[in-house]
Design a protein around this ligand. Structure first.
Ligand code: F6P
Length: 350
């Protein structure tokens, strides 16, 4: 209620998909701006699942969110629930929003969460999207929050592995998350000084990799680090692939490439190999300065867009500006690493 006793308009906010450092900064930005504009913000718990089960944490007040931009994870928790895979899911989502007295919705998530938001807009829901993913694979935005923190973690790991690899004359294969986009592996691989970087965007040739490693040895470089995307694929017939299970959005659960590659390289070259899977360490912990600030700015803009009635749109970073772009365009195509960016990295494969 406002001081005049009048009921305020309510915005429901949810976070969906894998967590990404910076989510809490977005929530804080939304709550502060929404309050200024005269709205209450209702926190929906566990992503889309919360709108199916009517699970929420009540109206978020300024005190509750005042310091959360420094914290990793999401105070609203998350899930990979897909309402469009559940009988009457979209209908239930709309009914829950109505029963909670929320005329507006802000969905913070990656291509899956925003894909659902986009469909709901077509179904009459007044929704705005905020792009989130450590994978940085969403179109129409230069960067997603979470990515900077994830590459900072991955870079530290790759950089630190140099001393142990060097001490043992070993090759270490580091598996980096990112699904079907190699952004994290590319940037952390360059920054962390990997000798070879393998991306999902281009099938790799094991014999080529072995040649680079042997050449390094000949030149007196007694160790190597290979940064391999979890979605990197060998050329046909070169390595056995794992059978992979799928999640509610139809994504295969990736993983295992580093272990299999390390084994194969050792067999082919006689060089002692080890592997490291960075996994969820890349998403864990508190966000970097970049992600705290980006998240904050995206949150403020999302609340502003609700007020201006810019539904069916997503907030985005273009250069240094925060702008509104159509959700449809953002979820239409995955943003992968362009060939020329990979060529730049290859200059240092030696
Ligand atoms: O999309 C983010 C991401 O961390 C991917 O890089 C990774 O493949 C996937 O999520 C892991 O999913 P989960 O957290 O469900 O294991």
């Amino acid at each position: 209620m406002s001081i005049t006793g009048e009921k305020k308009k309510q915005i429901a906010v949810l976070t969906g998909g894998g967590d990404a450092p910076g989510l809490n900064a977005v929530i804080r930005g939304i709550v502060f701006k929404a309050k200024k504009l005269g709205y209450d913000v209702l926190g929906i718990m566990d992503g889309w699942r919360g709108l199916l089960d009517s699970k929420h944490c009540g109206v978020l007040d300024l005190d509750q969110v005042s310091d959360i931009h420094m914290l990793g994870g999401t105070i609203l928790h998350t899930s990979r629930t897909n309402p469009y895979k559940i009988e009457d899911g979209p209908k239930k989502v709309k009914e829950t929003l109505k029963s909670l007295d929320c005329d507006f919705l802000i969905a913070i998530g990656g291509e899956d969460t925003l894909g659902v938001a986009n469909k709901l807009v077509k179904d009459g829901v007044n929704a705005v999207g905020v792009p989130k993913t450590i994978d940085n694979d969403l179109s129409e935005t230069d960067y997603t929050f979470g990515f900077n923190t994830a590459i900072t973690r991955a870079t530290e790991a790759i950089e630190n592995l140099h001393t142990t690899a060097k001490s043992h004359h070993r090759t270490i294969v580091v598996e980096v998350m990112g699904r079907h986009a190699g952004w994290m592996t590319l940037e952390a691989g360059i920054a962390g000084g990997a000798s070879v970087i393998l991306l999902p965007e281009e099938e790799f040739d094991i014999d080529e990799i072995c040649k680079i490693l042997k050449n390094r040895k000949k030149k007196g470089k007694n160790y190597s680090i290979i940064a391999a995307s979890e979605g990197a694929m060998p050329k046909k017939g070169q390595m056995e692939l794992q059978v992979q299970e799928k999640d509610a959005f139809g994504h295969v659960r990736l993983g295992g490439i580093a272990q299999r590659l390390a084994k194969e390289i050792e067999k082919k070259t006689g060089i002692e190999c080890r592997h490291v899977v960075l996994g969820h360490l890349q998403r864990a912990g508190n966000p970097t300065v970049f992600d705290r600030v980006l998240g904050t700015r995206l949150g403020i803009k999302a609340a502003d867009m609700i007020d201006k009635g810019e539904f069916g749109k997503m907030v985005a970073l273009k250069g240094t500006d925060i702008v509104a772009v159509p959700l449809e365009k953002a979820v239409g195509t995955l943003k992968t690493v362009p060939k020329q960016r990979y060529e730049e990295a290859k200059l240092f494969f030696e």
